[in-house]
Design a protein around this ligand. Structure first.
Ligand SMILES: NC(=O)c1ccc[n+]([C@@H]2O[C@H](COP(=O)([O-])OP(=O)(O)OC[C@H]3O[C@@H](n4cnc5c(N)ncnc54)[C@H](O)[C@@H]3O)[C@@H](O)[C@H]2O)c1
Ligand SMILES: CC(C)[C@H](C(=O)O)[C@@H](O)C(=O)O
Ligand SMILES: [Mg+2]
Length: 373
């Protein structure tokens, strides 16, 4: 029996709806295995801006720092054009969490369930055997050019004599590349031992450095096969032959885009969880942030339509990676699979003959299916 603490940041839009279900699962599994779980509920994103004027407060950052893990929903719900000129943006909460806690490795597993093959736009024959994991670099690259901590590396729109111009900076240090590449090779050792490094080395300097560092790291992993592929070709292979991949490692923006695309192999973006990990150890694992890869889904907010599976599987990743509770994580994953096999579907994965249920009922059924193996 362990004693753990988790900070919960439900965020905006469907964030609170799916996080409520994930939290119920987490509390139930903790109960089942007799662990003590202390939950700190805090605000992030628009919810925090409305209440405290900032996307995430110092006090909330401190609470996160004192926890074993962070369970995150989603942030941001206004259409981007409505808040284009706002200086305080909900996304800043994520950037702050990722940068301050150095969450450099973002794991996004894509493993289509056989029971959901017909929910995917791809034919089942293309999906068979697909089991891959993205390791997306998360704390550097284009996303961070705007930070004052990177002087002279701007991200801005500026006026010139010829009109406006815009600039973003894609900066990677060799240390930032090496640590995420190493994380990918470490993961591959325990899987099918194939790393695919995705870049745009035919154009970008940052990708040329990235490739060099992959070559250097690979020397330490003689049992792992690796390949380099260009990001545009990767987008094509993900649809043509997804089962060829095992571990895909790539920089921040490429990883953001490719993972939303790859989510459709499972039928919906509402199915894909993620773990954002750094170097800090928690009492039995690695301190991390766990969230679905989807956003606040303003188009379905408040309608009990969001698929809670991505959030629930993120809770499973939290159990595994930050609390070191492997059996408990498997119990959550088995409960999700059981409910799907029983034919329950949220609208995003609905198929002919399926029993379509809302966010709450899907969550309730998964909670009810939890048992100790
Ligand atoms: N990590 C995060 O918090 C995160 C991630 C992505 C986007 N965002 C933010 O979310 C807002 C909306 O962005 P967007 O519309 O481009 O992306 P989105 O992921 O919110 O939604 C894209 C589409 O997927 C659907 N969808 C998303 N999650 C779903 C779920 N659980 N079940 C069923 N359908 C689901 C939505 O209804 C929508 O049609 C933006 O402000 C964006 O910045 C936040
Ligand atoms: C909200 C946004 C900044 C974020 C990202 O691009 O990293 C999201 O799309 C994600 O995938 O977590
Ligand atoms: Mg994204």
């Amino acid at each position: 029996m362990g004693d753990y603490s988790v900070t919960v940041l439900p965020g905006d839009g469907v964030g609170p709806e799916v996080t409520e279900q994930a939290l119920e699962v987490l509390l139930t599994v903790a109960d089942l295995y007799r662990h003590k779980l202390t939950i700190h509920h805090r605000l992030a994103g628009l919810a925090s801006i409305a209440a405290e004027g900032v996307a995430i407060s110092e006090a909330t950052m401190q609470t996160c720092a004192e926890s074993d893990a962070i369970l995150f929903g989603a942030i941001g719900s206004l259409p981007a054009h409505e808040r284009r000129n706002a200086t305080v943006k909900p996304e800043q909460a994520l950037f702050r969490l990722r940068k301050d806690f150095q969450f450099f490795a973002n794991l996004r597993p894509i493993r289509p369930s056989r029971s959901l093959y017909s929910a995917s736009p791809l034919k089942p024959s293309y999906l068979e055997g697909t089991d891959l994991i993205f390791v997306r670099e998360l704390s550097a690259g284009l996303y961070y050019g705007h930070l004052e901590s990177v002087p002279g590396k701007p991200s801005e729109i500026r006026r010139t004599e010829r009109g406006e111009e815009a600039i973003d900076t894609l900066l990677y240090t060799e240390q930032e590349i090496e640590r995420v590449v190493r994380a990918a090779f470490d993961i591959a050792v325990a899987r099918r031992r194939l790393v695919t490094s995705v870049d745009k080395a035919n154009v970008l300097s940052s990708s040329i450095l990235w490739r060099r560092i992959v070559e250097r790291v690979a020397v330490d992993y003689p049992a792992v096969t690796y390949e380099h592929i260009l990001v545009d070709a990767c987008a094509m292979y993900l649809v043509r032959d997804p089962s060829r991949f095992d571990v895909i490692v790539t920089e921040n923006l490429f990883g953001d885009i490719l993972t939303d695309q790859a989510s459709m192999l499972t039928g919906s973006i509402g199915m894909i969880p993620s773990a954002s990990l750094g170097v800090r150890r928690s009492q039995a694992g690695t301190f991390g942030l766990f969230e679905p890869i989807h956003g606040s889904a303003p188009d379905i907010e408040g309608q009990d339509k969001a698929n809670p599976v991505a959030a629930i599987l993120s809770a499973a990743m939290l159990l595994r990676h930050s609390l070191g509770l492997h059996e408990e994580a498997l119990a959550v994953e088995a409960a999700v699979e059981e409910v799907i096999q029983d034919g329950y579907r949220t609208v995003d994965i609905q198929e002919e003959g399926a029993k379509v249920v809302g966010t709450r009922e899907m969550g309730k059924r998964i909670t009810a299916a939890l048992r100790r193996p």
